[in-house]
Design a binder for this molecule. Structure first.
Ligand code: ADP
Ligand code: MG
Length: 240
């Protein structure tokens, strides 16, 4: 059983200490949500987990199945089983999704013969126009198309743990339900998810197990999915 463990993580960005001590554990098959006010550092946490340049870890640890992620480059973290769907997915001119996935899978071992067919069926499953598969990765896609694109990549790369930052941004109601359903299926197959969102509805669709509130550089409270609904009424006033 895989497990992502973030322990007393401290992160600086641009000289400011954004996270001071974040601790949470995401086991295989569970969905953990991180909520919190704008600017609290939710995306900073995701970026630090994946090792994005500019996010300097100044304390604590991040391990996946006991392996120190902080000692690894981003691509090595991906090979170890981490996946990151960014709040604003990167556009990669000149590289199609098929090419990117072929390169990723071959770097990790082997490319299945039926990749093209699997890709087409995953695309159809989340309502992603298969014509877009020929185009450069994420280039000129709408917000919602980018989130569908990330979901397809996640399905094919089959990571152990996915960090998903604001899956809901840009997706319409039906798109959100479709994409959430695919992610939920993946969790039933053992994927662990750390999802960042402002919307209890997404957590309901994903069947979330735990909700953590990030404020003032740390997790200030955690609870079950009902915490998300409660926050919708109360706001974050108690925590900031
Ligand atoms: P959230 O995702 O919770 O809304 P972020 O992690 O994006 O918050 O941002 C937390 C703080 O860190 C904000 O004050 C933001 O301006 C700052 N920050 C985030 N990324 C950068 C960066 N690359 N350079 C400078 N400041 C940043
Ligand atoms: Mg953010």
């Amino acid at each position: 059983m895989s497990e992502l463990v973030v322990d007393q993580l401290a992160v600086q960005v641009g000289g400011s200490q954004i996270l001071s001590s974040v601790s949470l554990t995401v086991p295989a098959g569970e969905v953990h949500a991180v909520m919190g006010p704008n600017g609290a550092g939710k995306s900073t946490l995701s970026n630090a987990i994946m090792g994005r340049r500019g996010y300097e870890v100044t304390g604590g640890s991040i391990t996946l199945d006991g392996v120190d992620m902080l000692a690894l480059e981003t691509f090595e973290r991906a090979q170890a089983g981490l996946f990151y769907a960014m709040q604003a997915p990167t556009e990669v001119p000149g590289v199609s999704m098929f090419n990117m996935l072929t390169a990723s899978l071959s770097a990790r071992g082997s490319v299945p013969d039926d990749l093209a067919a699997t890709l087409a069926s995953e695309a159809a499953g989340v309502g992603f126009d298969t014509a877009l598969l020929e185009r450069a990765l994420n280039v000129d896609l709408s917000g919602g198309e980018k989130k569908r694109s990330e979901t397809i990549q996640m399905s094919i790369l089959a990571p152990k743990i996915a960090v998903i930052d604001e899956l809901d941004s840009g997706l319409d109601v039906d798109g959100l339900r479709t994409v959430a359903r695919r992610v939920e299926q993946l969790t039933n197959d053992g994927l662990g998810v750390l999802v960042i969102t402002h919307f209890p509805r997404l957590l309901h669709e994903l069947n979330a197990d735990r909700v953590h509130v990030l404020a003032q550089g740390k997790i200030v409270t955690s609870g079950g999915p009902e915490l998300a609904t409660e926050l919708e009424q109360t706001g974050y006033g108690d925590y900031v």
